[in-house]
Every structure is written in C-alpha cells, then in structure tokens.
Design a protein around this ligand. Structure first.
Ligand code: FMN
Length: 213
C-alpha cells in the first residue's frame, strides 16, 4: 500500500493493516470502485459477530455519481461536503432500533454495538484491498431516513466513505485548512487511562508495546 503519514509511527506494532488505517480526508476523485469491489467489504460486514446472530445492520450503498450518491451528497454537513463526494463510494449504515413488524426477530440491545463491529470488519477488508475508509456522522440523519424510505424501526447511524487516498498536496489550493488537518498528528489516550484491573479507574499493569506512543 505504502501511502505515507507524517505520524506513521503512532500505531507501530499492530498488524500492518491497522498500522496503515487512518481516516483520510483526501480521496482520489478519479479512482472508481464498482459493486464487485464492494462485495467483499459487505461480505466482511455480513460475517461479523452479533448478539444472538441478530445481524441488526443494513447498508445503503452509493457509488460516486450514482442515484444513491447524488441523493446523499446534499445532506452532508458543511465540514464533510468537500471530501466525502470525492471518495469512490459512500455507504450509509443503519441499525435495527426496534423489532421488525410481524417478525419474530427481537430487537437486540446490542444492535448499535453490532453495527459498529460489522463496519470495523468492513474496514479491515477494505484495507486489505488497498483502500481507506473514513466513517462519519456529520450529515442530516432525519433527511437521510426520509430520502431513502427508512422504516421507523431502523436508525440511520453513520456513513462510510471508501476509496484510494490521494496526496495531501492535491487539495492544498482548494482546501488549505483540510490539508492542514490531514497533516495533523493522530493522537490517542494512553492505555492506563482506560485499561483497568481490580477496580474501575485503577490502571492495569501493561507495559506499552515497543515503539508505541
Ligand atoms: C461515529 C463516528 C463519527 C465520525 N464523524 C466524523 C465526521 O462527521 N467528520 C469527519 O471528518 N470525521 C468523522 N469521524 C472520524 C473521526 O474523527 C476519526 O476516526 C478520529 O478522529 C480518529 O482518527 P483516525 O480514524 O484517523 O484514527 C467519525 C468517526 C466515527 C467513528
């Protein structure tokens, strides 16, 4: 794969696919994906675990400039309106938030968790194909539900932009502030801030992985 990040050391020690994952805002607007390219990604989502195998997820798939894509782009928040349409594909994600009418498949309390996990699996499958994925929530969820005829018991949750990253210089003139954000160091809380043992809040004794920050 080999696109370069200023902070390529920040996730060192993970499996190479996860080392290279980041939420790019610089997609190559000339790179095209087809439904066949998306199929393995959606299969990865499909085979994710879920509570009681409830599979409480649904996806609305748009390829750049197709009908779904065209209907979704005007619903993006201002901050996402430049970079999202340049991705090759956008997938709107939904989880079942109440039992389907007439179905014996009960609503699961873990539906949002399960959807997130299926998107994580989709992401890793995309990385293996040399793609990057940027999840986002900044769009008009109510208008999206209306535009796509989403039933009341399903919740529009996030969307996922998928494509090939392009060099940050390619957006320098059009979107200098976005280019600056793209160069920003990625940061995370330290393990001791959220990995506990004994009682909540007592950091577990885990040595940091070599090379991690
Ligand atoms: C639920 C969710 C909502 C997000 N919404 C947005 C968004 O609206 N716009 C955006 O640029 N990034 C969005 N992001 C991306 C995060 O900002 C990003 O994952 C985080 O800053 C960590 O950066 P990294 O993914 O490069 O490690 C979202 C991510 C998630 C999981």
């Amino acid at each position: 794969m080999g696109w370069e990040r200023a902070d390529a050391t920040s996730a060192r020690g993970l499996t190479p696919l996860l080392e290279e994952r980041f939420s790019t805002r610089v997609f190559d607007p000339g790179y095209t994906l087809g439904v066949d390219d998306l199929r393995p990604l959606l299969e990865a989502a499909r085979w994710a675990p879920s509570a009681g195998n409830s599979q409480p997820w649904a996806f609305l798939v748009g390829l750049r400039d197709d009908e779904t894509h065209r209907a979704f782009v005007p619903l993006l928040s201002r901050g996402n309106a430049f970079w999202v349409p340049r991705a090759s594909a956008v997938i709107i994600t939904l989880h079942r938030s109440a039992t389907d009418p007439g179905s014996d498949m009960l609503y699961s309390d873990y539906a949002a968790y399960d959807l997130g996990q299926s998107v994580a699996h989709l992401t890793v499958q995309a990385l293996a194909a040399g793609l990057q994925v940027h999840q986002f929530a900044g769009f008009d969820h109510a208008a999206t539900a209306l535009a796509f005829g989403v039933p009341d018991n399903w919740t529009v949750t996030t969307a996922v932009a998928i494509g090939r990253p392009a060099p940050v210089e390619s957006i320098e003139d059009a979107e200098p502030s976005l280019a600056q954000r793209e160069r920003r160091l990625r940061d995370r809380n330290p393990l001791q801030g959220f990995v506990f043992a004994g009682t909540f809040g007592s950091p577990a004794e885990i040595a940091p992985a070599p090379g991690s920050r």
